[in-house]
Design a protein. Sequence first.
Length: 701
Amino acid sequence: MKHLIRQFGKSRKVLAVLELSSSLGKTLCLIGGVLIFSFQSKARLIMHSAPHPAQIIQAPVAKQFKLLSPDKNYRLLININKNVTYQLFYKGTKVLSSPGISLALSTGSTQSVLGKNAQVIKSNYKKVANTVYPVYGDFDQIADQYNELTIDFTENYSLVFRAYNQGVAYRFKTDFTDSLKVLGEKTDFQLAGDASADIAMTDNLTAWELPYHTYPSIGDIPDSMRAITPALFTLKQPSCRIIITESNVRSYPGMYLRRKGNLLCGYWAAYPKKTVMGSWGDFVSVVKERENYIAKTPGKHAFPWRVLIATNNDGSLLTNKLIYLLADSDKLKDTRWIKPGKATWEWWHDAILPGVELPSGMNNRNTALYNYYVDFAAKNGLEYLMIDAGWSNVYDVKRPNPKIDIKEVINRATSKHVGVFLWCVASSLLKDLPGNLDYLAGLGIAGLKVDFFDRDDQVAAKWMEQIAAEAAKRHLLIDFHGCTKPSGLERTYPNIVNYEAVRGAECDKWDTTANPNHHLTIPFIRMLAGSMDYTPGALRNKTKSAFKPIGAGLPSAMGTRCHELAMYVIFDQPLAMLCDAPSAYEKSGEVLKFLAAVPTTFDDTKVLAGSLGNFAALAKRSGNRWFVGAMTNWDPRDLLIDLSFLPKGKKFVATILKDGPNANQDATDYVVQKMEVSRSTKYKIHLASGGGTAIIIVPSN
């Protein structure tokens, strides 16, 4: 074989390779560090740039592409033959591969499978280095740096691959004239070796408030159930965490995983064909029959990102914002009205106010009761009052409870600079979305807690976006409950200030699943997807042996009091509940001072320690104040808090709320310590069983 090589230009090398006829019919050569595959036996000219982060190998049909993350820790090899396959390497080691990705479509009577027998037209590499400025969050700015490879195919579609320092992702993009039905999506993952799984499983695709279970190997995962994403897997040799998830799910069903042999395969709820009102109180839209396709889309469409994260540092998962970065940017022109904050809330403690000379409890919810909550919020600088189910008819938001003068409560709250959220059922709201939102906005509320979606097929996904968009027009905030997990929609519509989709404090009423082991699992897995409305703040704190769930009345929570306080730092919750009774907080002055002071969004975040299921410690900055939270599972332990994140040459005062000496027997036991600190301080803390620490650090002057 003969080659003709020329060098052009001064600043950039371009290699021109001319392959002449080969008796082998297929050859492999190495030119300038670039592998070139599958030459045919006719002469042709191939142009390629000198090596850069995406090494694109092209003949008339490209066979392999390589994409590196900016820090080169991730390497993605994409192979195109009969199928589109890929291999993912992390820090030089293969961690995952896919035996094939494809998208089955129909346009009218014509069906096709994108990704099968693919013919490449062209490919393009792009390097991006931007900065994203979130409306709110754990950072006031996030580096948005990635390398991108777009491969265009003959059938009017593309595959886009991105490699960030935080992970990799790919998506399909179509460019058809006619609308599409998506018959199915093949998204298969094969881990590169023996692995365990930490996943939440479902068999009905209607609930996301589920506990996580550890399966020792992939083969132990029940193949009759589906794993909710994000799903975490741990390769045993070499040890590495792998997270499979998605981003930018807009008007598309959410992805689950199901096991097929040793493969993990994407699974989606099919498009609903027949629905009836049923489930809770017959106010939930229940799917009785489904179509043979999963979605209907325009011909020109960008599909959700399929996302992979690898790490051998658990702490990095606590601040990984890849799902947020992959989502479509803010669609709202003006976001100045969006104000995250904390809310007093009556539902968890059944509206019981011990020690207050006022009839209380769920049967006594009236104007005077809610005015008490308003006054408590105003006195302690809480931004919101959340009024849960019971203020109106569940089927009609325009029919308020006659015991509650809701307009008076809202007017009183507004006069005291407290916003009011009202709870409603999704299906009831959607009966007349514009009309109902106009009515609710006319009451003067700040936002809505929209509950009981209980689906994440394409129709339900559209509902959530429609609600967010219409609410934004009226300057209303949204807290989604009974919903699928977040996947970046809160970036597109930042008036979405929280999601449930987490097994939260409500479970204290009926079982033992919302325990410290769970609290040290969800920040590493579920919180990767986005914010979570866990609803912390319990003051009837119990040890593992003392806790008993209670269905009605004043519930308790597992873990120490300081464990509960640390959640306000560690958990991502732009809208954060104070779940217990105002009168209970008022009897615990230092606790209430901390809860009044801690913000729900921050300017910067530092990971101090982290181990999945075991412990976590974070420091978050708001202005010139730092807040530190540390939690452990049921195992007591010591942690060293290194304050080197503080600025040089300045002194600070730390107020430390930590487990008391008797916290292993009485989980309410805590002590308060004040001390001068600086960036040279290394503070050793002891965490009791299910324990925690919460610290406020302010400049000494």
